[in-house]
Design a protein around this ligand. Structure first.
Ligand SMILES: Cc1ncc(COP(=O)(O)O)c(C=O)c1O
Length: 368
């Protein structure tokens, strides 16, 4: 069997050895629960957690580590954010867009279905970017910093500033699940209230993600239980301050131990622009291929004239090449483009130009 060529980084990144080693080291040498014990192992685990939190805070440009909350991933954070906001503020209108992943928009759409909020749309420009010059007025704005289909970084700071001009109390939520893999996040420069990403998209394990909250202590928790309360006496309790307030229960400690190592290693990657542009240029010479993404996007998306994307996926898969086919959990942008699904090629630090050449040859054979 040929070596597998994995071109699905945007779905989940392969894990570097250093991450597996960091996780193994934690499990072997420092493992204990956090925030509960006073023994030596508990102290080591607490130290690991505090260091990981500070590392992430610096990585995202957060004001302080207390606004960095560990979650199980972007979907978890996006669902939790809805409850966190609605537990603390009155929300009537929520602005979403057709660039959104299902995870970012469905939790709000679900409230809209029950008549609890009204959904308004951030329009898209002709280039399918968020049109920040025509932002709607809303109490909450959901911003997809980079679409997982089109791979173009959005101007998050401008979008947030336009949203605030319309409503100075607006709450802004940034989905940085794809952006984190390609661009430097800076929540302070963005001025966002919430931001989230999943560790597995940048080489950390599954089951760990980040939810940044700017004014964490001004929001009420959405989950209750161990580790988030200072004192309980009868039916009275004192809830701890952030981050503990939002971290009820045992955290995915092993995955957290690997996250700073994953970030460090990911940041040494040059981004694979040469591989992406080579594949893009070769695809653009194939008459049946219709490219959906632009040349300097971080992701390549396309459809093949007269071929269902699932058939394309099966044919390329038979050559041990992994690409993503389907609606990518981003149905809305596909319907804007008048299609049900697409083929997506996304690269990571493990991909080589030699693999890119093999992939191009295989695709040429499939679409001839
Ligand atoms: C833009 C975007 N948002 C949200 C998600 C959901 O991430 P997860 O499945 O890690 O929760 C993804 C995953 O593909 C994504 O690309």
């Amino acid at each position: 069997m040929n070596k597998i060529i994995y071109l699905d980084a945007a779905a989940s990144a392969l894990k570097p050895k250093s991450v597996m080693e960091a996780e193994g080291d934690f499990v072997r040498n420092s493992y204990a629960n956090t925030g509960r014990g006073v023994c030596a192992r508990a102290a080591l685990a607490d130290e690991m957690l505090a260091n990981a939190r500070s590392y992430v805070a610096k990585f995202i440009g957060a004001e302080s580590a207390s606004g960095v909350i560990f979650t199980s991933g972007t979907t978890d954070a996006m669902n939790r954010i809805v409850n966190i906001i609605c537990n603390s503020r009155e929300v009537k209108t929520v602005a979403v867009s057709d660039l959104d992943h299902h995870s970012a928009r469905m939790p709000w759409e679900n409230l809209a279905r029950n008549g609890r909020v009204e959904i308004v749309k951030i329009p898209l420009t002709d280039n399918l970017d968020l049109d920040y010059k025509n932002m709607p007025v809303a109490d909450v704005v959901v911003i997809t910093a980079m679409s997982n289909v089109l791979g173009v970084a959005q101007n998050v700071a401008e979008i947030i500033s336009a949203a605030r001009k319309n409503n100075s109390n607006v709450i802004t939520i940034v989905d940085a699940a794809q952006y984190v893999a390609h661009e430097q996040i800076n929540v302070r420069e963005w001025g966002c209230d919430f931001m989230c990403f999943s560790g597995h998209k940048i080489g950390a394990n599954t089951g760990v993600g980040i939810m940044y909250i700017k004014d964490a202590d001004s929001f009420s928790p959405d989950k209750f239980g161990g580790g988030m309360v200072q004192t309980i006496s009868g039916d009275k309790w004192n809830i701890d301050s952030a981050p503990n307030k939002f971290e009820a229960g045992t955290l995915p400690l092993t995955q957290i131990a690997g996250l700073p190592i994953a970030i460090k290693e990911w940041c040494t990657w040059s981004g694979g622009a040469d591989i992406v542009s080579y594949i893009y240029d070769e695809l653009s010479k194939m008459p049946r291929v219709k490219l959906l993404s632009v040349r300097d996007a971080k992701i390549i998306s396309f459809v093949v004239d007269g071929m269902h994307v699932l058939d394309f996926g099966a044919l390329i898969g038979a050559h041990n090449i992994c690409v993503r086919v389907g609606n990518m959990c981003a149905s809305w942008i596909h319907s804007v483009m008048g299609i049900d699904g697409s083929v997506r090629i996304s690269v990571g630090p493990w991909n080589t130009m030699d693999e890119a050449k093999q992939v191009v040859d295989v695709i040429r054979g499939i679409v001839k």
